[in-house]
Design a protein around this ligand. Structure first.
Ligand SMILES: Nc1ncnc2c1ncn2[C@@H]1O[C@H](COP(=O)(O)OP(=O)(O)OP(=O)(O)O)[C@@H](O)[C@H]1O
Length: 611
């Protein structure tokens, strides 16, 4: 096969430190664990599951020992027949061969069972760790990495690893044990019988080293390219309407073609490695058998070996090639599994963006002190914001597009931690509160009203799984949603989301609001909560929202000036700082940016309501 150029490897070769790398499109891939970390993890698993591992290897070793009696007995049978023996002796040997075959079969069955238990146990633990690590990932990291990377790690990499844990690891261990025992059995037949095996060690060693030097990078690059492709496809599907509206089909197809080309190059590279490695290794297998027959035959003619010895040595030589082949074949799968394990473990290398200090907030006041924030290192979008809110206060944030209102809102809701400075509630920084406690203090309300696959009840109780039926109904009633929920075919138990009843955006938003009522935070940050919903639904929703806001501190990112007019204070955000802060009256009197906006709103009338 023609040599393919090696694809550029953006995933690290995992030799020194856990690393995040930049992907096409400016995305920052999640980190990949180093080979030292992968080895440490494997050693830890071997320690924790030592009993299962010893049982598995022990049973396979016993099965291999049982399998070694056959050739030896056959050899002695041939020698016996040659020298002249009784029919009874022949029958005994045949019965013994049959007995050892049965013992080997039974032991192999239990060994495979033990191997299965071991592999499934390792996999289950790894999956659980992975899921809990993914759920703890800082949102900012997921946003930077894109969903494709996470999706491919949780699907393709888990699949690859399950192949390795279920089959490659146990089979390789068994093959190693079987090869060692068979070499021992060969040496017992005659120390000379081991020599033909040594002939194939150099060529297989060379090609194996050549392969192992290239394969880890190759498989990591293959996984990374697969993640890029998944990302690109997911982006196209998510943004299908935008693609259609802006006529971007050609552009998206070209982008996908490019991703496919890169993935193809990565796969062709690893295929080329396999095309060199496997044929070379497999063509070596026949050599020791041929040499044993040749030199064994010569030795027999010269009287150095018996026919039985030659038969036993040839059978052992043939028998040993099976496990050697399995070792080499699974080495490939182990490489793939190792690369996948490095990608799964790498997720644990993402530093947490919050660390619970155990302190409890005293009071409900929210305070931002010298808050600075950068999405991309070196590109600050908030430049030192100070803001203090009393419990129960209503603050409206206004300002031009891109000024930093949403970013500040997300920091005030504790979604992201500030790069510099702090946002604290009752004296405790939000990033020092466990997530469950944080959601009971401050929450963000925005246009994202995702409906999870499950029943209406399951969707509402997400922040408080222990909520009673009565509390769920009260929460739904508070946002004016109980009537339509009860009208659904199975009421609270009606399946919604994927494969369930379809909800309107307003209904989905009401469920999100009911969730908030259950979480019961004292402070809410509203970001464009109703702007995308049709005006009639919006009015209905505003009533639901008003019920939720009642009695809470509210920071509203205001897109209508009347929201600002009705608020206790208004913050004008410009270029990442709070340029003006005061009540509507004070700001109008000062004659600054807000006064200008207010004048123009008056001047243009209701049509100019949008800021
Ligand atoms: N996820 C992100 N990654 C990188 N930069 C971002 C990200 N989100 C926002 N920004 C940048 O941060 C700056 C502030 O954006 P932000 O959305 O907070 O402004 P805004 O005042 O809320 O604007 P709008 O009213 O249009 O929503 C902008 O320059 C924007 O491009």
């Amino acid at each position: 096969m023609a040599a393919a150029p090696a694809p550029p490897v953006t995933a690290t070769t995992a030799t020194t430190t856990t690393t995040a790398t930049t992907q096409p499109g400016g995305r920052e891939a999640l980190p990949i664990a180093t080979s030292a970390e992968v080895r440490q993890y494997a050693a830890r698993v071997a320690r924790i599951r030592g009993r299962d591992l010893v049982l598995t290897v022990g049973l396979f070793a016993l099965a291999a020992v049982a399998g070694l009696f056959g050739p030896r007995l056959l050899g002695s049978l041939i020698d016996g027949v040659q020298k002249g023996t009784t029919a009874g002796h022949v029958d005994t040997i045949v019965a013994l061969i049959a007995l050892f075959l049965i013992v080997q079969t039974v032991l192999t069955r239990y060994a495979k069972l033990a191997a299965g238990k071991f592999g499934e146990g390792v996999l289950a633990e790894l999956r659980e760790n992975f899921v809990s690590r993914v759920l703890e990932l800082p949102l900012s990291v997921v946003e930077r990495a894109g969903s494709g990377d996470l999706l491919s790690r949780s699907s393709r990499d888990v699949d690859m690893l399950s192949m390795a844990a279920r089959y490659a690891v146990p089979t390789t261990l068994v093959a190693i044990v079987t090869v060692l025992l068979t070499i021992g059995a060969l040496a017992l037949v005659s120390p000379w019988a081991v020599l033909p095996l040594l002939v194939i060690v150099p060529p297989i060693g060379v090609v194996f080293r050549w392969y192992m030097k290239r394969a880890p990078e190759g498989y990591l690059a293959e996984s990374a390219r697969y993640a890029d492709l998944t990302d690109s496809l997911a982006e196209t599907v998510d943004g299908a309407r935008t693609v259609e509206a802006l006529g971007l089909q050609r552009h998206r197809i070209e982008r996908t073609d490019e991703e496919i080309r890169r993935q193809f190059a990565a796969e062709r590279y690893t295929l080329r490695l396999r095309c060199v490695f496997f044929p070379t290794a497999e063509s070596c297998y026949i050599v020791p058998v041929a040499l044993t027959l040749l030199f064994g035959g010569l030795g027999y003619v010269h009287g150095s070996f018996t026919l039985g010895q030659v038969t036993a040595a040839t059978l052992y030589m043939q028998q040993i090639m099976g496990p050697i082949d399995e070792m080499l074949a699974w080495a490939d799968q182990l490489q793939v599994g190792g690369a996948s394990l490095a990608r799964l473990l790498g997720v644990a290398g993402v530093p947490a963006d919050r660390q619970a200090s155990g302190e409890q907030p005293e009071g409900e006041d929210l305070r931002a002190t010298d808050v600075r924030y950068s999405y991309i290192p070196g590109r600050e979008v908030l430049h030192g914001v100070d803001l203090s809110l009393r419990a129960g206060e209503r603050l409206a944030m206004v300002g031009p597009s891109g000024a930093g209102k949403s970013t500040l809102g997300r920091l005030l809701a504790g979604i992201h931690g500030p790069t510099v400075g702090s946002v604290a509630v009752g004296g405790v920084p939000l990033v020092e509160l466990p997530l469950a406690d944080l959601r009971g203090q401050v929450a963000l309300v925005n246009q994202e009203h995702h409906v999870f696959a499950g029943t209406v009840r399951e969707n509402v109780v997400l922040p408080r799984p222990e909520a009673t039926e009565e509390q769920v109904r009260e929460a739904l009633a508070a946002v004016d949603a109980l009537t339509w929920v009860e009208a659904l075919p199975e009421g609270l138990q009606t399946p919604i989301g994927a494969n369930g009843q379809t909800l309107s955006p307003a209904q989905a938003q009401q469920l999100a609001l009911a969730r908030l009522v259950l979480a019961d935070p004292h402070t809410l940050v509203l970001d464009e909560a109703t702007s995308l919903i049709d005006p009639r639904a919006a009015r209905h929703l505003e009533r639901s929202l008003a019920a939720v806001l009642e009695g809470r501190t509210v920071i509203a990112i205001a897109h209508r000036l009347h929201t600002a007019h009705d608020a206790d204070r208004v913050a004008v955000v410009e270029d990442g700082v709070i340029a003006e802060l005061g009540s509507h009256e004070e700001l109008v009197e000062t004659g600054g940016a807000y006064a200008g906006l207010w004048d123009s709103w008056h001047g243009r009338g209701a049509a100019a309501e949008q800021v």
